[in-house]
Design a protein around this ligand. Structure first.
Ligand code: ATP
Length: 363
C-alpha cells in the first residue's frame, strides 16, 4: 500500500516551508527541501542569501520559527514544540570555523564522538579517515600546530567518524588553498559516498557545487530559485539569475518577430514568447563557435577579432559581431586550447544553441 511504501523510504532530511527572521530581517522565505538517504545536496547562492541560517536550523543550532524539520521521517522541530537538541540528532556538523578541542591531539579529536566503540576499533576508524583526508602524518599533533586547512580536514574527519545519517557542512573547504582544495573535495566526496551519509553542503562556489552535488538547490534572497542536478541547472536554467550564477554570459536583446529574434550572431528561436515582446538573450562564451575566414581587406563590416588572450586551458576572444542588417555587438567567446587569431581577423560565428538561453525581458 501507499502508506507502507512511505514508511520504508524516509528522507534523510526534510525541510518544509521554513521561514526565518532576524529582528525585522526576513532571511529565509518559505524554503522546502528534501534530501534522500545517501544523497549529496549543495545549497548554493550568493553571500547573505540565507544558506547558513537554513543549515543551522536543520542542525538545531537555530530555533525553528516557522515550518517543519524532519530527520528520517521524524519531525524533530516544529514551532512551539520541544526541539530535539543538536547533540541528539545523529547529525555530523562541520563549519567554516569549526573549533577543534585544543587540549586533544588530532587522533583524540576524531575519536571523541566514538565513545560507544571499543578503543581499538575507534583508533582504526579515526586513523583510516584521517588517512583518507591526507592527515595520516599528523595523528599525534595538537590543533595549534596545524594550518587552517589542516584543522578543517580534522574537523571533517571528526564529523564523519560516527558515520552520521546526515552530514551538514558549511563551506568546509574554504580555508584550503586552491591546489589542495580539489584533492580534499575529491577525497571528501569519496568518503561521503562510501559511508552513504546524506549531506547538505553550503557553498557559494558554483564549481564546488557542481563537483560535489547529486543535486543543487540554488538560493537567492531567502528563496530556492531552482533545484536539480548540476546538468539541469547549467543546461536548463529557469531564469537569468541561474544562468549568470554559473559564469559570465553575453547578453543581447531584441524583439520577437515571427517567433524569432534577429541578433548580430543570427536568428534565435523565441517561438514560446509573445509576438512583439522584448527578449533577453543570454549566450555562454563557449556557445560561440569561431572560424577564421579569408576576406578582402575592405571587409571591415564582417565580424572580427578585437583581442585574443590565452588563459591556459582555453583562449578568450573578444569579438565584434556584425549582423546581416547592420546590428553590432561586442561578445566574449571561450575556445578550448590555443586559439590566437590576429586583431582584426574576420571571423565566422556559429552558435551552439544548447548554450543560448532566451527569456522574456521583464524590464
Ligand atoms: P554567507 O555565504 O556570507 O555566509 P549565507 O547565505 O550563509 O551567507 P546567512 O549567514 O544565512 O547567509 O545570513 C543571511 C542574512 O541573515 C544576512 O543578511 C545576515 O546578516 C543575517 N544574519 C545571519 N545571522 C544573523 C544573526 N544571528 N542575527 C542577525 N542577523 C543575522
Amino acid at each position: 500500500t501507499v502508506s507502507s511504501l512511505e514508511n520504508t523510504t524516509h528522507m534523510a532530511l526534510s525541510l518544509d516551508k521554513v521561514h526565518h527572521t532576524f529582528a525585522a530581517n526576513q532571511v529565509v522565505k518559505g524554503v522546502s527541501l528534501d534530501i534522500a538517504p545517501g544523497e549529496v545536496v549543495c545549497l548554493l547562492g550568493p553571500s547573505g542569501c540565507g544558506k547558513t541560517t537554513l543549515l543551522r536550523i536543520a542542525a538545531g543550532l537555530e530555533i525553528l520559527q516557522q515550518g517543519s524539520v524532519s530527520l528520517e521521517g521524524q519531525a524533530i522541530a516544529a514551532p512551539g514544540q520541544r526541539h530535539l537538541p543538536p547533540e541528539k540528532r545523529n547529525v555530523g556538523l562541520a563549519f567554516q570555523d569549526s573549533a577543534l578541542f585544543p587540549h586533544l591531539s588530532v587522533l583524540e579529536n576524531v575519536t571523541f564522538g566514538l565513545k560507544q566503540m571499543p578503543a581499538r576499533q575507534r583508533r582504526e576508524r579515526a586513523v583510516e579517515l584521517l588517512a583518507q583526508l591526507g592527515m595520516a602524518d599528523y595523528i599525534d599533533t595538537y590543533p595549534h600546530m596545524l594550518s587552517g586547512g589542516q584543522q578543517q580536514r580534522v574537523a571533517l574527519a571528526r564529523a564523519l567518524a560516527p558515520t552520521p545519517k546526515l552530514m551538514l557542512l558549511d563551506e568546509p573547504f574554504s580555508s584550503l588553498d586552491a591546489r589542495l582544495r580539489d584533492r580534499i573535495r575529491d577525497d571528501t566526496l569519496h568518503v561521503l559516498k562510501k559511508l552513504g551519509s546524506a549531506t547538505l553542503l553550503v557553498t557559494h562556489d558554483p564549481e564546488e557545487a557542481m563537483f560535489m552535488a547529486d543535486r543543487i538547490a540554488l538560493m537567492r534572497d531567502g528563496r530556492i530559485i531552482q533545484t536539480g542536478t548540476p546538468r539541469e541547472l547549467y543546461c536548463t536554467p529557469v531564469d537569468p539569475f541561474v544562468v549568470t550564477f554559473f559564469g559570465e554570459v553575453n547578453e543581447l536583446s531584441g524583439t520577437v518577430n515571427n517567433g524569432r529574434v534577429q541578433t548580430p550572431v543570427g536568428e534565435i528561436d523565441a517561438s514560446w514568447l509573445p509576438e512583439d515582446s522584448k527578449a533577453r538573450i543570454m549566450i555562454r562564451p563557449e556557445a560561440l563557435r569561431l572560424q577564421e575566414r579569408d576576406l578582402p581587406a575592405d571587409a571591415h563590416r564582417h565580424s572580427h577579432v578585437v583581442m585574443a588572450k590565452l588563459l591556459g586551458r582555453s583562449s578568450l576572444i573578444h569579438l565584434c559581431a556584425h549582423g546581416a542588417d547592420g546590428q553590432e555587438a561586442h561578445l566574449h567567446a571561450r575556445v578550448p586550447g590555443v586559439f590566437l587569431p590576429q586583431e582584426g581577423q574576420p571571423i565566422d560565428i556559429d552558435l551552439d544553441h544548447s548554450q543560448v538561453f532566451v527569456f522574456q525581458d521583464e524590464a
